[in-house]
Design a protein around this ligand. Structure first.
Ligand code: ZN
Length: 128
């Protein structure tokens, strides 16, 4: 009888198992979709960068702008980790939302790629 009493405590078990099973079944479907979506938006961003003329200086920003933003973002993240060692970052994920996607290699103007509009929008010099 003790078994039935303790089984009551595990009544959420089936739901957890079901959720776990669904995750295992759908993960192989979701992951490629997320990866393809990311890959497609990267491609769109690169394609746009090749033709986008920087409103600040008039020159086409090109693929180099994306590379510069990657570099800047990398050192920005390293800086955040250096200033906030340990778990503090995990508690404030909103600070790690990325807006910087391109930096004009000619004048240093910064741009965010708006996925929905497939366009670059200028952001401030202190925006990330
Ligand atoms: Zn420029």
């Amino acid at each position: 009888m003790g078994f039935w009493k303790s089984a009551k405590n595990y009544s959420r078990g089936p739901a957890v198992i079901l959720a776990g099973l669904l995750l295992v079944v759908f993960l192989p479907v979701i992951l490629p979709i997320v990866a393809i979506d990311h890959w497609l938006s990267q491609r769109r961003m690169l394609a746009k960068a090749r033709v986008f003329a920087c409103p600040a200086c008039g020159a086409v920003i090109g693929v180099e702008a994306i590379r510069l933003a990657e570099e800047a973002w990398g050192s920005h993240m390293a800086e955040i980790h250096r200033k906030n060692p340990g778990s503090r970052i995990r508690r404030s994920p909103q600070r790690i939302v990325r807006h910087l996607h391109a930096i004009c290699p000619h004048c240093g103007a910064r741009y965010q790629f708006i996925k929905r509009e497939k366009a670059f929008a200028a952001i401030g010099p202190n925006s990330w």
